[in-house]
Design a protein around this ligand. Sequence first.
Ligand code: FES
Ligand SMILES: [Fe+2]
Length: 390
Amino acid sequence: MLKTVLPPACYTEQSWFDLEREKLFGQLWLFAGFTYQLSVDNSFITRRLNGMPVLVQNCKGQIRAFRNACAHRGMPIQTEPCGTRKMICPYHGWGYDGEGALRGVPNGTLYGMCQAEKDELRLQGFAVVKIGIFVFVNLSAEPINIDDQYDEAVQRALLAISANAAPQASYTHFEKRFNWKLNFENILDWNHFQFIHPNSFAALLEYEPSGALKRPNSQRSHWFGPEGELGEVQMPSGHQDLNQLNLRDISRVIQAQLPYEPRWFSSLIEHTADPGAFLNLHLFPNLNIGSLNGETFYVQQLCPASPNTTDVHSWVFTARLKPDAAFAPHLLWGMHHAEMNVIQEDAVLLVQLQEALESADTVGVLGSQENHLAAMGIWYMNHLKGTTEQ
Ligand code: FES
Ligand SMILES: [Fe+2]
């Protein structure tokens, strides 16, 4: 039975965007960066999450997250995307400790502050969770348990990828003129591969005569070992009551068959963890991770900037290289070139889809193979509509 997609207003109107900021991005765990960027004392990353400047910093071995805004005048404490520097505001030099408490005020007598006033001033802190190399931040004062957002299969996949990932990555970021949900839905929509990526990504995969992606022969991911069956991560079937889905059902791990052929760099890889499989993690709301044979990986982070613009952050990296293999930056560059080619193939159409939605007065439909898109839309509407009319 056909189901409807979300109304166009959800992709175009500020009122829906504001609701998302309050009820999605203000409440859910958001991917913020990688532990390897935070490996030494005072190393940090900054990111705009839910429109808010966020600082994630290694404070004497503990990963902490704060609003990147000084308690004095609101200046960002760290102004670079990443680096290693103490939490000292560049404007007037106020310094903060690992709990976000104000510790140093140069020329302090000029301010005439009493100790009680000083004690009140601190950076606003946020909850942080690490799953392997993946760092998540929650902007809510009462964060949900991350187990309620990502189920065990998702967390195991994140840990397995982390255990195999090399610490060197190629990174870029760019802004695209489309609503973040178009990108997220596009990632869930495997039936577009053959039409938009016929000579790139689709050429790597194999298909059933029906057009469905072929599952890997084993139906098991090597990531999960002999006990790690992936049956539990099948997409919602037509028999499932989509209204009963919970947040954990929106994020999923899927696999497809990816005929394995060793590449020129395969001999450099310490362990080809998942030969013959494309593993894809769609992590609602802002993260997309793919593994090709367990040898190469991509990570995309979606940061909504406005109803019709999304900041996309993109990384590629390999599995760990053999100890005697020389680091090969040209390998990462080549991977990123291929990744950007696929991203651009999608973006050309998603920008046009966004433009069309801005004047649309009809609502589209989803078929049964798109139940996972419908599931996201139904959960989204159920979660948001408590405070607005559709
Ligand atoms: S704004 Fe940070 S010290 Fe003044
Ligand atoms: Fe695509």
